[in-house]
Design a protein around this ligand. Structure first.
Ligand code: ADP
Length: 448
């Protein structure tokens, strides 16, 4: 087993990985920028090394610096967490050159799945249902008009290299098409350095349902059940739950089988996620995330697994400890992302000093947090500061516990998404499980 793992990340996910390391008796190495000298996670590592300049490009995205620290500290593996370098194929290559194991899938797979056109084509070949659309990037506007007419409006223009909800635009009429293509191309070029866009059918009220996967380096692949992630703002998740309120054993078996097929087809290894859009009894491949995801704890709770430990063991070359039948879903879990954002001002980031802090606890509560009393949230990075997770025997128990836990959770000095989550927990549509990806837009009014 690895002796020392460097965690190329910060905040709550760094702590999560360090906890797994400690349970596996592996030493952990933290890295921190000048903006993270007082951050909580560095205390959870056995060693920590400075990165200097806080700008992401010069710190947590700086491959050379991170590899040098790994070599200096004698780390034999690196865990990238999510975001930053987690889906950067070059990082994997550099790790390999230096004899360091990157905990994640191969660079080839990351590359293939990072490009939406390539990944859709592969999934189609694998026999996984995909949304109807152009098989290649748009080069001719007249051709694009013809294709959109064939698919039928509404359609969505998407950047092939897109991610984080950026580079997507729904189009309802032909008159808007050319402008939407050009503006999405420009957004894609600015954000991803690749202006390739494609067209697909826009599903008007889909649910976002994803499947967790575990795949080892020996060809064993299982799914670790589903998560419902329909509650999103700007195409980014805000609240997730497992299982999906509409999940049945039958549907889980069918969608899970598609997810496993997807992973097998590309020779995937490590933890990963296949995302689907579900609409009117049908489901379609959306994308595959080749990393551990923010919302992994809800799966860990309902399936009694430790996905980070599994990731580490897989990277070590171990065979999976589980077969598909070992994965049983028990109870229900919900995760609320606690972001330092102002929900009343279009979720604008609201970093600053936490002047009062009390964390929730008691039965059925898990808090994965990266902050503490008097901590100043830096402006340089993501606004998510913690994840509040509750669980119970059923969905209703989990909701009641979330209400109670949210009422216990006090964060003063910065605005957070806590009041927003409190309102969701009282929303009749949420309570009845009537969800789709426009939930927030539809119910924003009336939420304080
Ligand atoms: P990203 O890689 O930026 O996260 P995704 O392809 O995963 O983008 O899509 C994110 C979200 O965008 C989905 O959860 C869904 O809400 C919306 N979306 C994407 N494609 C479609 C589509 N064809 N129809 C309707 N909504 C879509």
């Amino acid at each position: 087993m690895f002796e020392k793992i460097l965690i190329a990340n910060r905040g709550e996910i760094a702590i999560r990985v360090m906890r797994a390391c400690r349970e596996l008796d592996i030493k952990s190495v933290a890295i921190y920028s000048d903006a993270d000298t007082t951050s909580l996670y560095t205390n959870y590592a056995d060693e920590s090394y400075p990165l200097g300049n806080p700008s992401p490009a010069k710190s947590y995205l700086n491959i050379e610096k991170i590899i040098n620290i790994a070599l200096e500290s004698g780390a034999d593996a690196i865990h990238p967490g999510y975001g930053f370098l987690a889906e950067n194929p070059k990082f994997g290559e550099e790790c390999e050159k230096n004899g360091i194991k990157l905990i994640g899938p191969s660079g080839k797979v990351i590359n293939q799945m990072g490009d939406k056109i390539t990944s859709k084509a592969l999934m189609k070949k694998a026999g996984v249902p995909v949304i109807e659309g152009t098989p290649e990037g748009i080069t001719d506007l007249d051709e694009a008009k013809e294709i959109a007419r064939q698919i039928g409006y509404p359609v969505i223009i998407k950047a092939s290299a897109g991610g984080g909800g950026i580079g997507m635009r729904a189009v309802y009429e032909e008159d808007e098409l050319v402008r939407a293509i050009e503006s999405t191309q420009s957004v894609a070029s600015t954000n991803f350095g690749d202006s390739t866009v494609f067209i697909e059918k826009y599903l008007e009220k889909p649910r976002h349902i994803e499947f967790q996967l575990l795949a080892d380096e020996h060809g064993n692949v299982i799914h670790v059940a589903d998560r419902e992630c329909s509650i999103q703002r700007r195409h980014q998740k805000l609240l997730e739950e497992s299982p999906s309120p509409i999940m049945t054993e039958e549907l889980r078996a069918k969608m899970g089988e598609s997810a496993v097929k997807a992973a097998e087809f590309i020779g995937y290894s490590s933890a990963g996620t296949v995302e689907f859009l579900y609409d009117n009894g049908k489901y379609y491949f959306l994308e595959m995330n080749t990393r551990i995801q923010v919302e992994h704890p809800i799966t860990e709770i309902v399936t009694n697994t430790d996905l980070i430990k599994e990731q580490i063991k897989i990277a070590n070359g171990d065979e999976l400890n589980y077969v598909q039948n070992d994965i049983q879903v028990t109870g229900h879990a919900i995760e609320c992302r606690i972001n330092a954002e102002d929900p009343l001002n279009d979720f604008a980031p609201n970093p600053g000093k936490i002047t009062g802090y009390r964390s929730p606890g008691g039965p059925g509560v898990r808090l994965d947090s990266g902050v503490y009393m008097n901590y100043t949230i830096p402006t340089f990075y993501d606004s998510m500061i913690s994840k509040l997770i509750t669980y119970g025997r059923n969905r209703n128990d989990a909701i009641n516990r979330m209400r109670r836990a949210l009422s216990e959770y006090i964060i003063l000095g910065v605005k957070t998404t806590i009041p927003f989550h409190k309102a969701i927990m009282r929303n009749p549509n949420f309570i009845s499980g009537d969800l789709n990806t426009h939930f927030i837009d539809q119910y924003k009014k009336g939420i304080e």
